[in-house]
Structures are given as C-alpha cells and as structure tokens.
Design a protein around this ligand. Sequence first.
Ligand SMILES: CC(C)(COP(=O)(O)OP(=O)(O)OC[C@H]1O[C@@H](n2cnc3c(N)ncnc32)[C@H](O)[C@@H]1OP(=O)(O)O)[C@@H](O)C(=O)NCCC(=O)NCCS
Length: 184
Amino acid sequence: MIETDRLVLRPAVERDHPAVAAMNADPQVGYWLGGARDAAASALFLERCAEHIARHGFGFWVVERKADRQVIGMTGLWHAPDNLPEAGKVEVGWRFAAEAWGQGYATEAGRAALAHGFKVLNLAEILAWTARPNLKSQAVMRRIGMVPAPDRDFDHPSLAADDPLRPHVVFVARPQDEGYFRGR
Ligand SMILES: CC(C)(COP(=O)(O)OP(=O)(O)OC[C@H]1O[C@@H](n2cnc3c(N)ncnc32)[C@H](O)[C@@H]1OP(=O)(O)O)[C@@H](O)C(=O)NCCC(=O)NCCS
C-alpha cells in the first residue's frame, strides 16, 4: 500500500469492481485506452492487474480517496507488453473517473508511483507513453518531473495507420533527476 496526503494506492479487491467498471465503461476514459470496456472486460482487466501484482509485487493499483474511501481511479507501474518497442521496461500510467479530473489526483498518485519505483524497487528508469493528442496525460507526466524522450517515440502497432491516436510520445524519469520530488 502507498499513502499520499489525499490518496491510498493498493491492489484492487472484489468490492472495487463496480467503481473500476464504471470508469472503464466511460467513453471519455476509454477513448484514450482502446475503447470503453463492458463489465466483463473490466473484470478481466482487473484479473490481469492482480496477476501482475502477484508475480512482480507491483502493478496497476486502485486509487482510493481518503476523504470518502471512494475508488476514483487507478495508477501504477507495470512491465510494458511484448508488442511494444519498450517491451519489458517499467511504465507508469493512470486513469481516473471523469468526476475526479482537474484536482491533481493523477499528479499526486503518479508522483507516489515514481517514488515507489525508485526508492523501493530501485529502478534505474521509468517510462510513460501516450497518444500524441493526449495532452492531459502528458501534462501529468511533466508535472511529476518526467521529460520527453522524442528519440523513443513510436507508432502504436495495434492501431491503424490513419488512427490519430497511433503516434505515441515517450517520457522518461530517472532517480537522479529527482524532478518527481519537487512538486512542480
Ligand atoms: C490522464 C488523466 C488521468 C489526467 O487527469 P487530470 O485531472 O488532468 O490530472 P490531475 O489529476 O493531475 O489534475 C490536474 C488538473 O488539476 C488541477 N489541480 C487542482 N489541484 C491540483 C493539485 N493539488 N495538484 C496538481 N494539479 C491540481 C491542475 O491545475 C490541472 O488542471 P488543468 O487540467 O485545468 O490544467 C485523465 O484525463 C484521464 O483519466 N484520462 C483518461 C485516461 C487516460 O488518458 N489515461 C492515460 C493514458 S496514457
């Protein structure tokens, strides 16, 4: 479990499924993540998250807001899938329910995930990537001190050549940068 001022990051449990399913079913969220998911697909997704955590000790955690104990999103670290150029590298990522946007929760959770990756897992580098038009996600990356690595940008292999989300930008964080400590 990871705790910040306002949030707790922890593995999902059964009672979290409805909140995660509602977030995954929202087209505003799904647009950036390969489409909205129905409840069955969301359950499968949480199963995969649990498998990664069981195998590696870290993964994509649910984010619970301390003030009301609501699960408002997910954030975490995981090994990039085999079909991507950065396969096997550790990636940080986030998704939040739309009603929780605009309050700095993704920034707070993302910064905590980076700190865990560097201080607990001793990673030498953590990557993040997103579709070039996903400026909200890139703004989170910048706020937590990640820097663009344009030489590592790639076209997502699962997306069609004319899909506007195909071009992906890559950001990197390294422990010696320590930008993620500074709350910018
Ligand atoms: C990506 C995503 C998590 C970003 O959410 P977000 O709400 O923009 O990010 P944050 O939670 O860090 O909030 C930042 C906003 O809150 C404001 N804010 C308020 N209090 C803040 C605080 N204490 N700290 C930082 N920012 C704060 C910031 O000014 C910023 O506002 P702006 O968007 O008007 O510039 C969200 O858009 C999302 O879930 N998208 C769908 C899924 C997705 O794209 N995932 C990423 C795929 S790679």
